[in-house]
Design a protein around this ligand. Structure first.
Ligand code: GDP
Length: 484
């Protein structure tokens, strides 16, 4: 049995995970739920229950990552109870500006800033040292991390994964993938090969040590002979990991049960993806992809709930496009305007500090993302960054090597590699979006830009972000309708 179980679900209306635990909720949920007008206490996860659970909302990156998901999750978390990460590891980097302070999160879901229960799901990979540093860093800044729960089924990123990631990229040279070199790919590879070490293994130092011995007998050969890297010492590793384990043990939980119970309790659950649609292992621009599935469909498996529990999928896209690392990028801007977009949008990686490649909005790729995720609405971020331009090109079609044009994302890799963007030019607004609070406050051409995107994609834009701060958003149909 994990130390933290589903009893620490916060009550709807409480301020968050920890508070939810201490508040008079656990045993008295019926009273509070009745008072706040939501579903009453339910033993719905027990046999025989007839009550319908609350549906969950997925927030997924619709491009190549870095779309500003962190800000959107942080905003919507204000009115949610549980926020879950369902895939990826510390290759993710969400930058959130809250109360004038900037937070960079890698492992922990963005809901932590609002004191919500934050789940790191089974589909994630966790670097114990980095997670402890992240938790300590948040605590030092006065953010309680007592609401963090880590799935025992999530896999651990071990020092050999990090060493192998760097060594492989070096060996690939010109053909490198452009990973963050944080060991994510090798950790997922071991998971698939069924030789990974899981978070639940840290609960027992003896088991953990045995697993290190078994793993290192093979990994050290690989490190030394193939990559020319120093071997790792079992003793030293076990000591280092025990320090992390002491800190993390209380947070290990049966998070699938916890989320299921939360939904049955009428809680609002957000499922937060890392990276983006085009980096999906199965449907992205392989091999320049991440080693997990950011797509909304993976949220259910990554957290451990059924797909029928999800009824909203919010895709987050920038009003332009960026890409980090290698790989084809049809709308990449050639010339000085790329630098201009990069500077205006502060397009430098949260995890690596690398310059992001910048391009104009690609509606072919975005249509693909609408399809792959079953998007119910779109969040358009960083519209303010385009305020400087008199004309804004938007790619609506690709021209393929045979001269034909298509609005559908090419199914074949070499068609995509050689696709040329066909642009329509939309008028810019060349005015600050300042403190716009409603659609009517935006300049005409800015509204026209949003409308063009909606019409081309056939999906509603439910939120427009016009600045890094939490309150710099316009919700054309009201904030309550976005994820509520
Ligand atoms: P994520 O990984 O998808 O959360 O994205 P990142 O955190 O890597 O990048 C988003 C960056 O854009 C962060 O620095 C945010 O503070 C910033 N940001 C988010 N929304 C907006 C916006 O509407 N306008 C501007 N100018 N910056 C934004």
């Amino acid at each position: 049995m994990f130390p933290c179980q589903a009893d620490d679900i916060p009550t709807r209306g409480s301020t968050g995970g920890v508070e939810g635990k201490d508040a008079p909720c656990g045993k008295f949920r019926r009273t509070l739920h009745t008072r706040c007008g939501r579903r009453a206490r339910t033993p719905a996860s027990l046999p025989g229950s007839k009550l319908e659970p609350m549906p969950a909302t997925v927030i997924v990156g619709a491009q190549w990552g870095d779309e500003g998901k962190g800000k959107i999750v942080d905003l919507l978390a204000q009115d949610s109870d549980v926020v879950c990460r369902y895939q990826g590891g510390p290759n993710a980097g969400h930058t959130i500006v809250s109360g004038g302070e900037t937070f960079k999160l890698h492992h922990v879901p963005s809901g932590i800033l609002s004191g919500k229960l934050c789940v790191v799901g089974a589909g994630c990979v966790v670097d114990p040292g980095l997670l402890v540093a992240e938790l300590d860093g948040l605590e030092e800044r006065g953010i309680s991390t007592a609401g963090v729960r880590i799935s025992g089924n999530a896999h651990l990123i071990m020092p050999w994964h990090v060493a192998i990631d760097s060594a492989s990229e070096r060996r690939l040279g010109r053909l490198q993938i452009g990973t963050t070199r944080r060991g994510i790919g090798p950790a997922y590879a071991d998971k698939a090969a069924r030789i990974g070490i899981r978070v639940q293994d840290i609960l027992d130092p003896k088991i953990l040590r045995q697993k290190f011995e078994t793993a290192l007998s093979e990994k050290n050969v690989l490190l030394e002979r193939m990559h020319g890297v120093e071997p790792l010492e079992v003793e030293e590793l076990a000591e280092r990991m025990e320090e992390c384990a002491v800190r993390l043990r209380p947070s290990v939980a049966d998070t699938s049960l916890l989320v299921d119970r939360a939904l049955h309790e009428g809680q609002r659950v957000l499922l937060e993806g890392a990276q983006g649609t085009l980096l999906d292992l199965d449907h992205g621009t392989y091999p320049f992809v991440t080693s997990s599935n950011p797509l909304a469909g993976a949220a259910a498996t990554g957290v451990g709930i059924g797909p029928t529990r999800i009824d909203r999928v919010l895709g987050v896209a920038k009003a332009y496009v960026t890409r980090v690392g290698e790989g084809p990028f049809p709308t990449e801007i050639q010339g000085p305007e790329e630098e201009r977009v990069r500077d205006l949008g502060a397009e430098y990686g949260t995890t690596t500090g690398r310059e992001r490649r910048c391009g104009w909005l690609d509606l072919v790729a975005l249509r693909f993302a609408v399809r792959l995720n079953g998007m119910t609405s779109l969040v358009l971020t960083k519209l303010d960054v385009l305020s400087a331009f008199a004309e804004i090109p938007v790619c609506t079609r690709y021209r393929l090597p045979d001269g034909s044009e298509t609005a559908e994302f090419p199914a074949h890799q070499s068609d995509f590699h050689h696709a040329e963007p066909v642009y329509e030019s939309l008028p810019g607004w060349q005015a600050t979006l300042g403190g716009a609070e409603s659609l009517a406050d935006l300049p005409d051409p800015a509204r026209g830009y949003v409308r063009f995107v909606e019409e081309w994609l056939g999906v509603e834009v439910s939120l427009i972000s016009i600045g890094a701060e939490r309150d710099r958003v316009v919700a054309p149909h009201g904030l309550a309708s976005v994820a509520g």
